[in-house]
Write a protein that binds this ligand. Structure first.
Ligand code: ATP
Length: 455
């Protein structure tokens, strides 16, 4: 019998991590003799939902188990185990789902919508009220949305892998000790990794900040190659172990499904025309006004200061340039127009752009000065006055090229496809049913041996 467990919203800004709970739970299920049918799946949902702690990630685990098992008891024991380990925080509203068998096509459409829209707890519960489903939650139950979306997203098209290495309990909250060189070299090696190092900012993108238990995460095209890559990373800290997840990270799965929406928090892909020249606002962010091609509605588009070189590209945009922007409308806009955070930019057409400048002196060719309101222009040097002269257009040479622009790797969303994957993503990808050793390694001299009694 196929059984899928899904869970989410177990962490808070103060610690914990849903993938780490998956790592611990997997050690329990391995002990029980459950047979994995898939790698653990780490699904990133709509990156703009206001309830997220970091990257809006949720986890699904799929197994083949005897149909004689008492699923209700297993659900009760595992959810109690999980909820005892979730953060005690107002932003933590965990959900846990156990699905026996399949739930039908509605489930995969729910998962696709979870990538781009803001879904409600009510619509989630109406799908969960089904004889094959056992579910429980704490707090508001918000976590059920990501849990169900993870179960429903079976990554049938493009996918990648991430190997996450976990810190031992005593080290969490302290500065991570990592060998920078190991990560800097990684993406240029033959391990098919991506987004390990952000050469624009010098930041190791594989290493998070903050109190969560992840020491580093390496992303790549193949689980086997990630395990090989991990063995060449110089370990400066002891780890509890590692787990390889199959994931939609780096696939653009959200943008593939997006509409030209101007609704707050929705993932959106909009064809638009530039209305005015970009401006720099407080904090160093670049802002400009765009007009949606479909209906002429206007919105502000923002490139954040941390997006560095991307911001410089946005600064080069001029009125009438045509674009497709990927991103989302902010919840609260700092201006009267809806404000769009740009995550990806396609320049489709670079329009000619001219500025009006003072006319040239007919004698020395230098720019003349105004001779007063409606009084024309004068050249002091040549002592020439021309009362009928007006400003003249001067065309700016446009160095901006048509094409796709992305922020530097360190400012990517988890879902953003980096340029390095563009060719790989076109190839059809498959995977074989994994063995435990294909994705899990736990060192019980550093990790707690967990146990749950459900038989
Ligand atoms: P981490 O990456 O460390 O796991 P997180 O960023 O995933 O943290 P959560 O604490 O899991 O953040 O919070 C995200 C919340 O948003 C969860 O409750 C999840 O169920 C919910 N959620 C996910 N996708 C949607 C969606 N499309 N609509 C509404 N709620 C969603």
């Amino acid at each position: 019998m196929k059984v899928t467990l899904g869970f989410d919203d177990t962490d808070s800004p103060l610690g914990n991590c849903t993938t780490h709970l998956a790592f611990s739970l997997l050690s329990i299920l391995k002990e029980k003799g459950w047979k994995p049918l898939d790698f653990p799946r780490l699904i990133r949902n709509n990156p703009n939902v206001p309830f997220k702690t970091r990257g809006n990630g949720s986890v699904a685990l799929t197994f083949l188990v005897p149909s004689s098992l008492n699923f209700e008891k297993i659900h009760n024991e595992l959810s109690t185990w999980l909820f005892n380990r979730t953060a005690d925080h107002e932003m933590t509203n965990p959900g846990f789902i156990l699905l026996v068998g399949e739930l039908g096509s509605e489930l995969s459409s729910f998962a696709q919508r979870a990538l781009i829209k803001v879904l409600t707890i009510d619509e989630t519960i109406s799908l969960l009220d089904h004889p094959s489903v056992y579910y429980s939650f704490k707090g508001t139950g918000q976590g059920l949305i990501g849990s169900l979306a993870a179960i429903g997203n079976e990554l049938k098209n493009d996918f990648t892998y991430e190997l996450l290495a976990y810190r031992i309990a005593n080290n969490r909250g302290t500065k991570r000790r990592i060998d920078r060189e190991s990560f800097i070299r990684l993406d240029d090696s033959s391990f098919q990794t991506f987004s390990s190092y952000d050469s624009d900012t010098g930041r190791i993108a594989s290493v998070p900040n903050g109190p969560d238990p992840v020491l580093y995460g390496i992303r790549g095209e193949s689980a086997n190659l990630l395990i090989s890559a991990n063995s060449v990373i110089k370990q400066l800290e002891k780890i509890e172990g590692w787990c390889v997840f199959r994931t939609n990270q780096g696939t653009d799965e959200h943008l593939v499904n997006a509409f030209p929406s101007l609704e707050p928090y929705e993932v959106s892909l909009i064809e638009a025309k530039v209305v005015n020249e970009p401006d720099i606002i407080a904090g160093g962010h670049t802002i400009l006004t765009l007009e949606r091609s479909s209906d002429g509605s206007q919105f502000h588009a923002l490139a954040y200061e941390p997006s560095k070189s991307f911001r410089s590209t946005v600064k080069e945009l001029r009125p009438d340039d045509r674009l497709i922007v990927g991103g989302s409308i902010r919840g609260v806009s700092p201006s009267e127009l809806p404000t769009f955070n740009i995550e990806r930019l396609d320049v489709i057409e670079v329009a000619p752009f001219s500025r009006l400048v003072n006319p040239p002196c007919p004698s020395c060719n230098k720019r003349m000065e105004s001779d007063g309101v409606n009084a024309g222009y004068k050249c002091k040097k040549c002592k020439i006055k021309d009362p009928s002269a007006t400003k003249v257009p001067v065309f700016e040479s446009r160095s901006l090229e048509k094409g796709r622009y992305l922020p530097p790797i360190g400012a990517h969303r988890h879902l953003t496809m980096p340029f390095s994957r563009y060719d790989l993503a076109k190839q059809k990808k498959t995977y074989s049913t994994p063995q435990w050793s294909d994705f899990l390694s736990i060192d019980f001299s550093h990790a707690n041996k967990e146990h749950v009694d459900f038989e």
